[in-house]
Each structure stands twice: as structure tokens, then as C-alpha cells.
Design a protein around this ligand. Sequence first.
Ligand code: SF4
Length: 345
Amino acid sequence: MKKAYLYNKDSQSIKCLACKHYCIIKEGKTGICHVRANMDNDLFLLTHGLIAAEHLDPIEKKPFYHFLPSTTAYSLGTFGCNFRCLFCQNWQLSQVIKKLSNFDASKALNFLRTYSKEIDAKEAIKKAIHLGAKTIAYTYNEPTIWAEFVKDIAKQAKKHKLKNVMISSGYESNETIEYLEEIDAYNIDLKGFTDEFYINVVGAKLENVLDTIETLHKRGKWIEITTLLIPGKNDNKQELKDLTAFIAGISEDIPWHVSRFHPDYLMQDVEPTPISTLERAISIGEEAGLNYVYIGNVVGHEKEHTYCPCCQNVVIKRQGYLVENYLDEKGKCPYCSCKLAGVWE
Ligand code: SF4
């Protein structure tokens, strides 16, 4: 536990500035994420120095397809979340604390101390280097809510020439985006494209996520976008046309990952996404002008590969996490020398 940086206080209240919920938090309580708490009229990050998950993952698993392909990322996650997605695949990390602590700071802290493991920033980096990782990934649960801990680790990572990436739902406040200057790349979940879906299924506002994506792009961060397609919930043709037009309007070079849904958490009554629905979405993305559209969670599909947008040859071949990269170190196509968008060295 450590005093937070991203907050304002006056004699009456504490306002958290880490995400676009901008919670006003009363004494002894937490914000919506259940890990940022008002204690003695100061804001504390209860998860500082505590992790709930750590793995060495292929960077493709995040997913990043245009960011140091075939390298590994030392991946860290904690507890809590600022969203409440009914289909969450990591609900044990993101949602369970909410039921047990019910916004009570002491209960949340007890939970975190019982189920987390202590690690400090230097120790994390030492481990990442020992494991041969090129990148630190802040992932598994929403990293925005533990921004100060992310910052501590990311600063150490930079000192040792490691990259930093965040896998996020895109609710970062502008204050957090500015604060986390060490982050090189973001994979943002754009979970749908209607207010109704965002409010009822996710517990957030779509416009705030779109604003984050635009801001990150303006600040020159590398961005990839993922959409989990849930049958009957967010796979409407017009919705996908609007979603892909939005991405293409920012840049046609932003990779879009269209992922297959499997029943999870509170959405057990919906069937897995048919492959034909994913393929239709891919066509919509390509018609919108996107240069790189990928299928996710379908191993062996031809849309796992990267095709050169100039000559259409396969330049990165993938089968799950098996990757053959034919691009040169600058990201140039071996057939026509066209430079592909991404971070290649
Ligand atoms: S990070 Fe947590 S406490 Fe802060 S505004 Fe977001 S949900 Fe609220």
C-alpha cells in the first residue's frame, strides 16, 4: 500500500484522477475499482507492491502483432477493475474483490494482503531480464487503476532498455496518460460501439474510450485494438461498420484484432462466436480501409498472418504463438520493401 499520486483533495472530499470515472471517495471507502481508498483523508493505492498474477508470455498473446514479434513479455497483473464486464475472462482477478469488500477499504486491504504476492519494481525487472523478456506487460486486470505501481516498474524497465506495454480497456484519464509517459504501446479493448452495450454490459461510457484512443494516437503511442465479438450483443453489421470507420478515421495502420468469444463469468448462456461472424467482421474492417485485421482465438486461420499491404504477400506467418517473421529489422517487406507500420526494433 502506498499513497497515490493521481488525486485531488480538499477539506470535503478526495477525487481520484486515475480513470475517467473520477470517483469522489469517502473516508474508509474505495472507488469503483475497489483498490484505491480514502484513508485518513488521503488516497492510497492498496495494490502498490502486490501482484496477483505473473507469467512470461509471447507478446502475441497480449495481443500485439506489430510490436517486437516473437519476443516475450514479462506480464504482471493485480486485483480489481474499473469495469464490470459480464463476459470477463479474468473475473477472478477483476471482480471477486468487489463482492468481498463492498467498497470497504479495510476489507479490500485484508483481501489483497491474503491473496497477493509482494514484489517491488527492481525485483520485477531483475526477474524479467533473467527470463529474457524484452517487454514488461501490465495486463490481466486493468492497469490504469494501479498506475502508480505501473509507473514505478516502467521507470526501472526504461533504465534497463526494456519496453513497456499496457493492455487496457481505454478508460485512462488524460492525467494518467500524461503520467505514464514510459508506456510505449497500448492494446485497447474496444468492446463494442453502442452506448447501450457499454452502459449495460460493461459499466462505462463509450465516448470516454474513444477519447482515450484518439489521445493516445495523438501522443504518438503505438496502438492495437481488440474487439471480442459476442453473438447478438455487439456483432451487428452497422455497429461494426461504425466501429471500423472510427479506427480507420484515426489511422488505417492500427491493427484490429477480432476475437472469438467463449462463455465465461455471468455470460454463460451465449454460444461461442461462429467463425463466419468473425470472417464477416474482418471483411467489414478491410472494406473500411484497415490494413491489418486479425482473427483471434482461432488457431490455424489464414487471418492470423500479416500480409504486406503493398504486395499482399505473407510477411509474418502465425499459427497460435508459433511465429515466422520475414520482415527485416526496420519492418520492411522482403518482397517489395514496403515498410509496415509497427515497432520492430
Ligand atoms: S481508478 Fe478506481 S477510484 Fe480512481 S476513478 Fe477509476 S474507478 Fe474510481
